[in-house]
Design a protein around this ligand. Structure first.
Ligand code: DMJ
Length: 456
């Protein structure tokens, strides 16, 4: 059975793989539609595994075939994250199932301490985009209830939020935070303000992000860890990956979504500094290194799966030249190690963290670069990545994280962002542009599309 499937897959690959030496050749309409169908089939496979083995849980364990919750109760991470992917892919039955689960199963009036950042990008983002697409008011009511429960997190002396908040009592914990967990609320809280008319949401989100910006170094860089009680940096390493990434992303997107000029200015200042101090060329390509925010000296030549998003935001902001050369490095990272590792040392070409948890960022950057340039090279890159995932990460029940990209051993996790982001960007890379018009929508960092407000 497996063997039959593999042979069928191989022949499909041979028929549709763009011929070596004609790398720039555009995919035909038929080839694009085959890719879209393949990605839809992957969505259906992941969703049916979730329903069969993890129904009602946050996530599926795709090897042991069990459900997994992040906290004491389930917040239905997978259905909330997946609804808008099903919607955009035209998977109506699956979208309905996910919506029904949300409206009948979500309850935020629980004595649970949750991580503000993850709840915001996955649940708040998912509920708001689901409401925007479906106009189902019950989803907006859930988002409003959740928003009110998250607000106490921002009651710190600096206005930068604590990392954890209890949804029932509002009690907060953990003042040692980072720019991503402090500055990634502009999109969701801005949408809440737009939908509810309560300006407080956007105000607290903007204050938090700009408190980070205010504490930038003379080099216009920020560090990795900061104390939200005192505002003092605790780790001054500056980079664009984990713990900082979406802070930058949201500054630019707050401009796109809400026309916020303060955020645009902050993005431009940071982006200039990032290109000046972090962008580095080695033999295999261009990467963003890590430096001390004050001295600008390199601390660690590390690059990885999360850093790969930056080419996409550069492309979105119109800097195609830099985006294109960084994407070559992203592609090298993917192909050189079988599948991209979580982190590698680009000076020694050695892997530091060998896992691949089904992350979207590299494909996301292919998507933005393709949309902005129409250069089929980016579809070719994405094609390689998608097919690696669909063949190497597939299990009976879904898709699994790679434990080690060298051995391709799998581990028992399918993060909800696989359905929210990885498969969505993969599909949109080959689907007609009208499926998601970038002049009308902006994605939050979990790939939940938010409609841009009409401005004069
Ligand atoms: C997602 O939850 C979001 O994209 C976040 O900004 C970074 N990490 C994951 C995907 O890799």
């Amino acid at each position: 059975m497996n063997c039959r499937i593999n042979i069928a897959l191989l022949s499909a690959l041979l028929v549709f793989l763009p011929v070596e030496g004609s790398a720039q050749k555009a995919f035909t309409a038929r080839q694009k539609s085959v890719e879209c169908e393949k990605i839809k089939a992957a969505c259906l496979h992941a969703w049916s595994g979730y329903k069969k083995y993890a129904n009602g849980y946050d996530a599926l364990k795709p090897i042991s075939k069990k459900g997994h919750n992040w906290y004491g109760v389930s917040f239905l991470m997978t259905p909330v994250d997946a609804f808008d992917t099903f919607f955009l892919l035209g998977l109506k039955k699956e979208a309905e199932e996910a919506r029904e689960m949300m409206v009948s199963g979500l309850n935020f009036n629980v004595d649970e301490e949750v991580q503000l950042f993850e709840i915001n990008i996955r649940l708040m983002g998912g509920l708001l985009s689901s409401y925007g697409l479906s106009k189902d008011k019950r989803l907006l009511a859930l988002a409003e209830d959740l928003g009110a429960r998250l607000l106490p997190a921002f009651n710190s002396p600096t206005g930068m939020p604590y990392r954890y908040v209890n949804l029932k009592s509002g009690k907060t914990r953990d003042a040692l935070s980072n720019p991503a967990e402090i500055g990634t609320y502009l999109i969701e809280f801005g949408k809440l303000t737009e939908y509810t008319g309560d300006s407080n949401y956007y105000q607290v989100a903007k204050k938090a992000a700009l408190e980070i910006f205010r504490r930038r170094s003379d080099n216009d860089l920020v560090g990795t860890t900061i104390d939200v009680n005192t505002g003092a940096w605790k780790n001054t390493e500056s980079q664009i990956g984990a713990r900082i990434d979406s802070y930058y992303e949201y500054l630019y997107k707050a401009w796109l979504l809400f026309g916020d000029k303060d955020c645009l200015e902050a993005w431009e200042i940071h982006n200039k500094a990032i290109k000046k101090h972090l962008l580095t060329q080695v033999q295999s390509g261009w990467y963003f290194t890590r430096v001390d925010m004050k001295s600008g000296k390199e601390t660690n030549p590390l690059y990885g799966a999360l850093d790969a998003f930056y080419a996409g935001i550069l492309a979105l902001s119109g800097d195609i030249g830099t985006a294109a050369k960084v994407q070559q490095g992203n592609y090298y990272m993917w192909t050189h190690f079988n599948i991209e590792p979580e982190e590698f040392n680009f000076r020694t070409d050695s892997v530091l963290y060998p896992n691949y948890p089904l992350r979207p960022e590299n494909i996301e950057s292919c998507f933005y670069l393709y949309r902005k340039t129409k250069n089929p090279e980016y579809q070719r890159m994405g094609y390689r990545m998608i097919n690696d995932i669909l063949t190497k990460c597939k299990t009976d029940a879904g898709f699994a994280e790679v434990k080690n990209v060298k051995t391709l051993e799998l581990s028992d996790s399918m993060e909800s962002f696989f359905l929210a982001e990885t498969l969505k960007y993969a599909y949109l890379l080959f689907a007609p542009e009208k499926t998601l018009d970038l002049s009308k929508f902006v994605f939050n960092t979990e790939a939940h599309p938010m409609e841009r407000a009409k401005r004069e």
